[in-house]
Write a protein that binds this ligand. Structure first.
Ligand SMILES: *Cc1c(COP(=O)(O)O)cnc(C)c1O
Length: 391
C-alpha cells in the first residue's frame, strides 16, 4: 500500500511548499516537457517513421540532419557522432598528434574538454579564464605555448564565444590547431561567423539540455577543411576507408537514427529557441538591475550570447542564496564547483593556482534557463533574490 501512498504524499508536500507561487507550476532548471508538448506531433511522426523503417543505424534521417545542420551552421562539413565528448576525442585524433604533445585548455570548463586530452596520452596545459566572460584569458595563452604545444581548445562557456581573433592570431603564429568546444554555444556568432567555423574543427553536443538537444546522447563535428573532414569521418567509423578495410585506428561513434529524426524537427525551431533564451536573459537583467549583490552576465561586443546558462556572479553568500532559492521552490546550479586542475584525476598536471577560475567556482550561480521560461516566473525568481539580499 505504501508504494501507492508515498508518491501521493510527496506531491502534496510539493504543492504546499510552492503555494506562494501565484501560478501552480514547478520551476525547473530546464523544462524539456513543455518544449516536447509544443512539437509533439512532428516528433512523434518522425519517430514513427523511423520505427516503421527499422533503419536504426545510419538511416536517411542521419544524412538529412547532417545536410540541414551544415546549411544552418554555414559549415562545409558536419560529421555526426555519439556525443560531444566523442566529438572532442575524434577531433584530436584527426590531428596526428603524438603522446606528450600539449593541448591548451581553460581551467574552468566541463570535464569532457580535458578528459579526452588525457585519454589520448596528450598533456592538458591549463590557462586561467577572464572574470567577465568566463572564457579562456587570451592574454595568458602565449606564455603557455611550448615546443610541444599543438592545439588550443577554447570553450565557449555558457553560450558566448571566446575571443577567437586573439586565439587564432596566437595559433597562426605558433602553427597550432584550434578546436572550438561549442557544446554550450551552438548558434552563437563570433563577428560574422557562427561558432564551429572559427577554428580548424568545432564540436558540439546534443545532450538533452543543450540548446539543440535530442532525447538521449548525440554530437557533431564541424569543419571547413575537406581533408580533415575525410579523416574525421573515417575515425568516427572504425577508421575504415571502405567497409572492412581499416586504414587508421578509429572508434565507433554514431548518432542514431531516432535521435537524428528528433534533431531534424528541433533544428527548424533552433533560431526561435535561441531568441526565447535571449529574451529570458533580458528579463532577468531587467529584474535584477537594482540588486547590487549580484553581477549579471556580461555581453561581449564581438560575439552573440545564446544563453545555454544564465549565470550570475555572487561575490558573497552564494551558497546561502542557493539554499534560500531551493527552499522557495527555485532550482539553481553551480557550473562548476571544482576547477579541472584541482580535480583529483587531473591535479598531477600542474601545481599552479588559477585564481580567477577558483574564485568563479566559488561565486557563480546559474538560474533556470530554457525555451519556455515565462516572465512571471523570472519575476518571481528575481523577487526571491531581492528578498534574500534586502529582506
Ligand atoms: C556538454 C558538454 C560537453 C560534452 O557533451 P556530451 O554530449 O555530454 O558528451 C563537452 N564540453 C562542454 C563544455 C559541455 O558543456
Amino acid at each position: 500500500m505504501w508504494r501507492l501512498g508515498y508518491p501521493i504524499l510527496l506531491i502534496g508536500i510539493e504543492i504546499i511548499s510552492t503555494l506562494d507561487l501565484a501560478f501552480m507550476e514547478k520551476i525547473q532548471m530546464v523544462d524539456l516537457g513543455s518544449q516536447y508538448q509544443d512539437i509533439k506531433s512532428d516528433v512523434d511522426q518522425a519517430l514513427q517513421k523511423v520505427l516503421n523503417s527499422s533503419a536504426f543505424i545510419n538511416g536517411q534521417e542521419v544524412g538529412d540532419f547532417s545536410v540541414q545542420l551544415s546549411k544552418w551552421n554555414q559549415s562545409a562539413h558536419v560529421i555526426t557522432c555519439a556525443n560531444g565528448t566523442d566529438g572532442l576525442q575524434i577531433a584530436l585524433m584527426a590531428l596526428d598528434l603524438n603522446p606528450g604533445d600539449e593541448v591548451i585548455v581553460p581551467a574552468f570548463t566541463y570535464i569532457a574538454t580535458v578528459e579526452v586530452i588525457a585519454l589520448l596520452g596528450l598533456v592538458p596545459v591549463f590557462v586561467d579564464v577572464d572574470p567577465n566572460t568566463f572564457n579562456i584569458d587570451v592574454n595568458q595563452i602565449e606564455s603557455k605555448v611550448s615546443e610541444r604545444t599543438k592545439v588550443i581548445v577554447p570553450v565557449h562557456l555558457y553560450g558566448q564565444c571566446a575571443d577567437m581573433d586573439a586565439i587564432n592570431a596566437i595559433a597562426n603564429q605558433n602553427k597550432l590547431f584550434v578546436i572550438e568546444d561549442l557544446a554550450q554555444a551552438i548558434g552563437s556568432r563570433y563577428k560574422d561567423k557562427k561558432a564551429g567555423n572559427n577554428g580548424h574543427i568545432g564540436v558540439t553536443s546534443f545532450f538533452p539540455s543543450k540548446n539543440l538537444g535530442c532525447f538521449g546522447d548525440g554530437g557533431a563535428i564541424f569543419t571547413n577543411d575537406d581533408e580533415l573532414a575525410g579523416k574525421i569521418k573515417m575515425i568516427a567509423n572504425h577508421g575504415q576507408s571502405k567497409k572492412y578495410y581499416h586504414d587508421i585506428v578509429g572508434v565507433n561513434s554514431r548518432l542514431d537514427t531516432l535521435q537524428a529524426a528528433i534533431l531534424n524537427v528541433k533544428l527548424k525551431k533552433l533560431n526561435r529557441y535561441i531568441e526565447a533564451r535571449q529574451r529570458a536573459a533580458s528579463y532577468y537583467d531587467q529584474h535584477l538591475v537594482d540588486v547590487s549583490s549580484v553581477v549579471v552576465p556580461q555581453r561581449m561586443k564581438d560575439t552573440t550570447h545564446v544563453f545555454h546558462q544564465y549565470t550570475l556572479k555572487i561575490p558573497g553568500r552564494r551558497d546561502e542564496l542557493k539554499s534560500y532559492l531551493q527552499n522557495n521552490g527555485i532550482p539553481s546550479m553551480i557550473y562548476y564547483p571544482l576547477i579541472i586542475p584541482d580535480q583529483q584525476a587531473y591535479n598531477h598536471y600542474t601545481s599552479e593556482s588559477f585564481q580567477i577560475s577558483k574564485s568563479l567556482s566559488e561565486t557563480v550561480l546559474s538560474l533556470p534557463m530554457h525555451t519556455h521560461l515565462k516572465e512571471e516566473t523570472i519575476s518571481y525568481i528575481c523577487g526571491k533574490i531581492k528578498e534574500f539580499f534586502h529582506g
